[in-house]
Design a protein around this ligand. Structure first.
Ligand SMILES: NC(=O)C1=CN([C@@H]2O[C@H](COP(=O)(O)OP(=O)(O)OC[C@H]3O[C@@H](n4cnc5c(N)ncnc54)[C@H](OP(=O)(O)O)[C@@H]3O)[C@@H](O)[C@H]2O)C=CC1
Ligand SMILES: Nc1nc(=O)c2c([nH]1)NC[C@@H]1CN(c3ccc(C(=O)N[C@@H](CCC(=O)O)C(=O)O)cc3)C=[N+]21
Ligand SMILES: [Mg+2]
Length: 283
């Protein structure tokens, strides 16, 4: 038996269709949801993501603004632009593509975004709200993973979850969301001893490391749900996840592919958060 695959492209199409209807309803009362994306530098992967985000917005009937700065831009210029977007009532969401060049204080940039427009959910106030179980914006990647688990009807209450990776943008918020659904959560990282000991206990295994194919079939409990957040490029330029799909799919019960898994759902939930911000602006 090979694992059931959660198709992130198909689920995205379905969810984005629903978002487009809500966006159209808002537009009919004079508010078109608008996302502003800021990109600093020429990293080709970041440029692709930003292009995908902008295209997805337009397809769902939302407006997107894009500001691109040279890698050596004066941070003051970016702070000034964020202040302008914060003050503009026609802008509902603001996203600064990460990572930023080294001469930027990334934390200060994220804190300068109005929490009401922080559709990534990275502002300290929104991180705190999520931890307190009262989220304003759920970070897009973990939010997309929760939608995928829901669509596959994966039982959460009491499930043993192991997350590999503890970043602020994926691992930590993922742990908070699953904890809120009464999973028992373990977070592993580069200093964890005997990673496979942990991963083999997992009913739900989330890989968010950034190391191609590091999770192999022998590290997975038979029948487990395996969520692959990793996006890595092989020497031949092919995209692959943190999970070795070929060996993992023979052991797992449910698995997500790369590409076509968590990535598209991340963009879908960014649209959802932008729409949500626009809907709140009515109230
Ligand atoms: N699909 C999507 O939408 C998205 C995909 N990604 C992808 O997900 C992956 C992770 O991204 P991100 O969270 O930003 O990555 P970071 O580089 O910020 O974090 C990586 C984490 O993996 C841990 N780690 C590194 N090596 C090992 C190891 N050998 N064993 C166990 N843990 C290890 C690190 O541990 P330590 O903390 O100790 O250093 C760290 O916590 C990347 O491939 C990224 O491209 C990211 C965002 C969205
Ligand atoms: N402020 C900020 N917010 C982010 O959400 C953010 C970020 N910075 N920096 C980088 C990471 C990464 N990320 C991805 C989004 C979509 C795909 C995606 O659509 N992937 C496609 C493939 C795309 C391709 O062909 O390269 C897929 O997996 O099928 C991947 C990765 C968002 N991130
Ligand atoms: Mg990172």
């Amino acid at each position: 038996m090979t694992a059931k695959i959660i198709d992130g492209n198909a689920l995205s199409t379905e969810v984005r269709g629903q978002l487009a209807e809500r966006a159209a309803a808002l537009t009919s009362v004079g508010i078109t949801p608008c996302l502003a994306v800021i990109l600093v530098g020429e990293d080709p992967a970041s440029a692709v993501y930003v292009r995908n985000k902008v295209a997805a917005c337009e397809k769902a009937g939302m407006i997107s603004l894009r500001d691109v700065y040279a890698a050596d831009v004066e941070p003051a210029l970016v702070f000034a632009r964020i202040a302008e977007l914060n003050a503009d009532p026609s802008v509902h969401g603001i996203l600064v593509q990460l990572p930023l060049p080294k001469h930027f204080d990334s934390e200060a940039i994220l804190e300068s975004i109005s929490p009401e427009k922080d559709v990534d959910g990275f502002h300290a106030e929104n991180v705190g709200a999520l931890m307190q179980g009262n989220p304003r914006f759920i970070p897009c990647t973990p939010y997309g993973v929760m939608k995928m688990l829901e669509s596959a009807k994966v039982p959460l209450k009491g499930a043993e979850v192991v997350i590999v990776g503890r970043s602020n943008i994926v691992g930590k918020p993922m742990a908070m969301l699953l904890l809120a659904q009464s999973c028992t959560v373990t977070i592993c990282h580069s200093q964890s001893r005997d990673l496979a000991f942990h991963t083999r206990r997992a009913d739900i295994l989330v890989a968010a490391v950034g190391r191609a194919k590091m999770i192999t079939g022998d590290m997975i409990k038979p029948g487990a749900t395996v969520i692959d957040v990793g996006i890595n490029r092989t020497a031949e330029g092919k995209l692959c996840g943190d999970v070795d799909f070929e060996t993992a799919k023979e052991v797992a019960g449910v698995i997500t592919p790369v590409p076509g898994g968590v990535g598209p759902m991340t963009i879908t939930m960014l649209l959802a958060n932008t729409l949500e911000a626009a809907e709140r602006s009515l109230k």
